[in-house]
Design a binder for this molecule. Structure first.
Ligand SMILES: C=C(O[C@@H]1C=C(C(=O)O)C=C[C@H]1O)C(=O)O
Length: 397
């Protein structure tokens, strides 16, 4: 662990994302993790035995940086992509990420944006989801439906430039993680997530689920009103409570003590208000690793619904696409079992000139197709702005 005054003291700009070499960045309020090079890939496999594969990896390969970094997809049966980097640096404190000299990609001419599914198809899916919630109130309490935007720009997207632009928001965790190459093309998941799925630090465990959202406003009075309306919205509180309930249910048998404060709090990003709850506990058994915890918690009702299996079946039926690494987890773990995993939302999959952005919204009785369409549009805005686009410009606001 190093404590330099700026990140550039340890990592000159041109060494972040050297050409054709997968690199990894996870920058949060209290530390920045940089990793580069691929010493080994963890063999792919479903989430159920991921923690065992991680343990075996560290036993069989004791040398090299004591860390695995990467991403876990939404679908529990789909393979995670974790890698052992050649080099890794954990820098304590909040740091500015190097602003790359290069441009993100030429904007304007040549930029294409396509909603997939189209917005009316998404709204129809929300209406069908609401009908399912009404028909089966005892077996289905919440579902989270998402949609995507495909953006194609004139030349290859610069990952460092995208990260630097996303990092203007201090309230979020900026990340870029390599995904398994597709036909030898490098792919990355890049985003700015506000949501901690789970962290294990020794015997301590932390989670900061979010659910319940409102758009922020540049006008201070309106912004405050939006926050107050969210805090007193019965629908949003219900939507939020389901997430806290599931996380507490999963963690409590594993903990000697577990606390969630009474009452929700607000979490603000630059573009969104969310309802949030900080959960803290102490594990009974230090043998429970961060990846064991992810495997038990994921997907939470913040990105899937309640109950999990029923909600997931409805999502697969109504969304009509594979979420890939969106709504999964991104983070790191080490050989002691420590690790930190964020929910991979407010993100995009990047490959060459192409980006695919994703945003979803929780649906409970009381939700409306128009409301959820608008909410997903606002959730796209941080990524869109990083591309030099606005939601309004592309007919999304
Ligand atoms: C699913 C997303 O966000 C999640 C859903 C939220 C909601 O429905 O209010 C809020 C925060 C996230 O847990 C997303 O951003 O894509």
């Amino acid at each position: 662990m190093v404590h330099p005054s700026t990140l550039n003291d340890v990592l000159p700009e041109d060494r972040v994302f050297p050409a054709n070499r997968p690199s990894y960045v996870l920058r949060s309020g209290d530390e920045t993790l940089l990793a580069y090079g691929v010493a080994r890939e963890l063999p792919g496999g479903a989430i159920a035995d991921l923690a065992d594969r991680v343990r075996r990896h560290f036993e069989e390969h004791p040398t090299g940086p004591d860390i695995l970094v990467g991403a876990i997809p939404y679908a529990r049966e789909a393979p995670a992509y974790l890698l052992r980097p050649e080099k890794a640096l954990r820098v304590m404190g909040r740091h500015e990420l190097a602003t790359p000299a290069g441009r993100l990609a030429p904007q304007g001419f040549g930029t294409q944006v396509t909603a997939e599914p189209p917005t009316d198809v998404f709204s129809a899916a929300v209406a069908r989801g609401l009908a399912r919630l009404r028909e089966e109130p005892d077996s289905l309490r919440k579902i989270v439906l998402s949609r995507s935007l495909r953006i194609t720009v004139g030349s290859d997207i610069s990952i460092p430039a995208l990260i630097a632009r996303l990092a203007v928001d201090d309230a979020v965790v900026t990340f870029a993680t390599p995904l398994s190459p597709r036909e030898a093309n490098l792919r990355f998941l890049v985003g700015a997530t506000p949501e901690l799925l789970v962290e294990r630090r020794g015997s301590r465990v932390f989670s900061h689920p979010l659910a319940g959202s409102a758009r922020r406003s540049p006008d201070a009075a309106r912004d405050r009103e939006a926050a107050e309306a969210l805090l007193s919205s019965e629908k949003d509180r219900r939507e939020h409570a389901l997430v806290v309930e599931q996380i507490m249910d999963v963690l409590s048998p594993l903990c000697t003590e577990l606390q969630a404060p009474d009452g929700v709090t607000l979490k603000a990003t630059r573009s969104m208000w969310h309802l949030g709850t900080r959960i803290k506990g102490t594990l009974k058994d230090i043998g429970t690793s961060s990846v064991d915890l992810v495997a038990l918690l994921h997907p939470t009702p913040a990105v899937c619904g309640m109950p999990r299996i029923e909600a997931d079946a409805v999502i697969r039926d109504l969304e009509g696409y594979d979420r890939g690494f969106y709504a999964g987890a991104v983070g790191w773990c080490d050989s002691s079992g420590d690790g930190r995993w964020y929910v991979s939302i407010r993100c995009a999959e990047i490959e060459g000139r192409h980006a695919r952005l994703y945003a979803g919204a929780g649906i409970v009785p009381g939700s409306t197709p128009e409301g959820e369409l608008a909410e997903t549009a606002h959730k796209f805005s941080a990524m869109l702005e990083a591309f030099g686009l606005s939601a309004a410009q592309i007919g999304e606001a």
